[in-house]
Design a protein around this ligand. Structure first.
Ligand code: HPA
Length: 244
């Protein structure tokens, strides 16, 4: 569905930008205010290109190369709406989610970075895609390789599976320990659906996460200050993937 505004420029139900306003690569944090901070952190020339429902999106350049940053909101339905519109109507080729996750694997510590090769899920969003099939939600190999190469074998960067859940608070008896037994690195709420949308449109997606808390090891959550400084490491890997 494309809406024609009075001024004859194109808009979609959730993005009030015009074709050409977005760069081919979009960094996508959950929080629109974080999108604004990232845009100004990385770019001197970041311009606001969309603000429907306060879901801010910016475009500018990094070393002369175009880049956009836009919030996804929380959860798979919200992320799916924005990813779909960006891929389908705004010429976006790759979306790199930059966010936080709860640690699950004992190998992962608060402040570490997770590159999500694949995302298990308890969501029905990808089961609706291909009748009778449990969809494999996987990252773009090209983008994942670029992020991993940029990490230069840093021992705080982990590469593997995560889980994208539809609940933040609902405890499911035994689930987190079982996920740990299967080597799952962390939990967040968007990646599986975003990988599904990328597959639907033949585009690329990757998720790079900072571990903000740990569900099993009892360690303290990151402070607000730590969130910003540690987050920078994950952001650098995401930028490397954006420009590969
Ligand atoms: N679930 C649990 N803990 C978390 C999450 C999540 O989605 N994100 C960051 N910490």
């Amino acid at each position: 569905m494309l809406l024609l505004r009075k001024d004859q420029t194109m808009a979609t139900p959730h993005i009030n930008a015009e074709m050409g306003d977005f760069a081919p690569a979009v960094l996508m944090p959950g929080d629109p205010k974080r999108a604004e901070r990232i845009a100004h952190m990385l770019m001197d020339d970041a311009k606001l290109v969309t603000d429907v429902r306060g879901m801010l999106g910016f475009t500018g350049t990094v070393n002369g190369r175009p880049l956009s940053v836009m919030g996804s909101g929380m959860g798979q339905p919200s992320a799916t709406i924005y990813a779909t519109e960006l891929y389908r109507w705004f010429g976006v080729e790759r979306i790199i989610r930059v966010g936080t996750c709860g640690g699950i694997s004992p190998k992962v510590k608060v402040g570490d970075v997770v590159v999500a090769l694949g995302a298990h899920t308890d969501s029905a969003m990808n089961t609706l895609r291909i009748p009778g099939v449990h969809f494999s939600a996987v990252a773009s190999f090209k983008l994942a390789s670029a992020a991993v190469a940029a990490a230069k074998e840093a021992d705080n960067v982990h590469v593997g599976t995560i889980i994208s859940r539809d609940h933040f608070y609902l405890p499911v008896e035994g689930q987190v320990q079982k996920l740990a037994d299967y080597g799952v690195l962390g939990v967040e709420m968007e990646a599986a659906a975003m990988y599904g949308v990328a597959a639907e449109f033949g585009k690329e997606a990757l998720t790079v996460l900072t571990v903000s808390d740990h569900l099993l090891d009892g360690s303290a959550d990151m402070t607000a200050e730590e969130r910003e400084t540690k987050f920078r490491g994950a952001l650098d890997l995401a930028v490397a993937a954006a420009f590969v």
